[in-house]
Design a binder for this molecule. Structure first.
Ligand SMILES: [Zn+2]
Length: 118
């Protein structure tokens, strides 16, 4: 049984759309920073290491953003198919509070905890 009402569903849908837009923006804005560090640029050894460190941070952020975006897109598909808010594993309601904090969450807290400790 889905315990979300129409208003909550609409609210979470909007959250998903906002998040997806934000992440797409982030991926777009950071695409330059993910380019390989040019070795031709006249920068010292230290600043080159800084640049490389910065670059690997940007790449890690991009990976995180991409993973989250994939989950958000899956959540939007579940939303369109009326399966949103239900755990994809046990089909119990995930709960409004949990979805509010993480609208793309595919699992209920029990299944998520089970996955993490297993
Ligand atoms: Zn579950």
């Amino acid at each position: 049984m889905n315990e979300l009402n129409t208003q909550q569903l609409a609210e979470l849908h909007q959250l998903l759309l906002n998040l997806s837009e934000e992440l797409q923006q982030l991926l777009e804005n950071s695409s330059n920073g993910a380019q390989p560090v040019s070795l031709d640029e006249p920068i010292g050894r230290l600043s080159r290491m800084d640049a490389m460190q910065q670059q690997s941070m940007v790449q890690a952020n991009r990976r995180t953003a991409k993973t989250r975006l994939t989950r958000i897109e899956a959540a939007l598909r579940r939303h369109a198919g009326d399966a949103y808010g239900l755990c994809v594993e046990c089909e119990e309601a995930i709960g409004y509070a949990r979805l509010k904090a993480q609208p793309e969450a595919p699992f209920c807290i029990d299944c998520q905890t089970g996955k993490e400790t297993r």
